[in-house]
Design a protein around this ligand. Structure first.
Ligand SMILES: Cc1cc2nc3c(=O)[nH]c(=O)nc-3n(C[C@H](O)[C@H](O)[C@H](O)COP(=O)(O)O)c2cc1C
Length: 215
């Protein structure tokens, strides 16, 4: 084992950069998210648009992976993927999911929960066609989450679809967007002495109820 294994429990830091108060936060969680995402981009944190997506399979086992947020508005949070992937099949069986952003440098976390739906074909088409050519070919070349015999399968598939579609690959039917429609958000700001700030927003009769949670 490496040296770190003996010392991993000593790794800790104090969070002291900022605070999150009821007075200084938005009453709309979407606006609060918009502000924090903008601040994460301004602070040049690494991959501010990367989020964890948690889904639960038919066997009730949760699973997570990281994807990139590609849109957000009053309707929800959008990302793109292969509908036949593990996450895609889990969402087909159970549409409830959870998202998480961790902006380490800002000592901030956002958690978002809700029901997931597919975005419209028009929306998926528009985003697909905005992607670079190799990404569009990649969507054809990778049977995401399937077992493959080796890397050569991907290289061969990419060559095959590249030759077939040339500069204009259409969007594969198995590839498109998901939108999580939030009914619960949480904003976490690290504070000194582990007395962190946590504000949770829950949808009650179409109004957002904001409550403070103990850290
Ligand atoms: C920073 C980052 C961004 C990623 N973005 C996406 C994405 O937008 N869509 C996607 O399908 N996979 C993305 N991936 C790959 C996923 O994490 C994951 O490997 C893949 O979606 C298969 O997950 P699944 O087998 O659980 O369905 C990204 C990975 C990283 C590290």
């Amino acid at each position: 084992m490496s040296q770190i294994s003996a010392h991993i429990s000593d790794l800790r830091k104090s969070y002291e950069r900022a605070e999150l108060s009821e007075d200084a936060s938005h009453s709309s969680p979407l606006l609060q998210f918009d502000q924090w995402l903008q601040e994460a981009v301004n602070a040049q944190v690494n991959e501010p648009n990367a989020m964890t997506v948690a889904t639960v399979g038919n066997d009730l086992r949760p699973s997570t992976r990281i994807v990139l947020i590609k849109g957000y508005d009053e309707r929800g949070i959008v990302w793109y993927t292969n509908y036949g992937s593990r996450k895609g099949t889990e969402l087909a069986g159970n549409p409830f999911a959870a998202l998480q952003f961790h902006w380490v440098e800002l000592e901030r976390v956002v958690r978002i929960e809700g029901r997931v739906e597919r975005v419209s074909d028009e929306e998926s088409d528009a985003y697909f066609h905005s992607r670079p050519l190799d990404s569009r070919i990649g969507a054809w070349a990778s049977p995401q989450s399937q077992v493959i015999s080796g890397r050569g399968v991907l290289v061969a598939n990419a060559a095959k679809y590249g030759a077939q579609f040339l500069l204009n690959p259409p969007r594969p039917a198995h590839w498109g967007g998901f939108r999580l429609v939030p009914d619960r958000w949480e904003f976490w700001q690290g504070r000194k002495s582990r007395l962190h700030d946590r504000l949770r927003y829950e949808l009650h009769h179409r109004e957002w109820l904001r409550e403070r949670l103990a850290p």
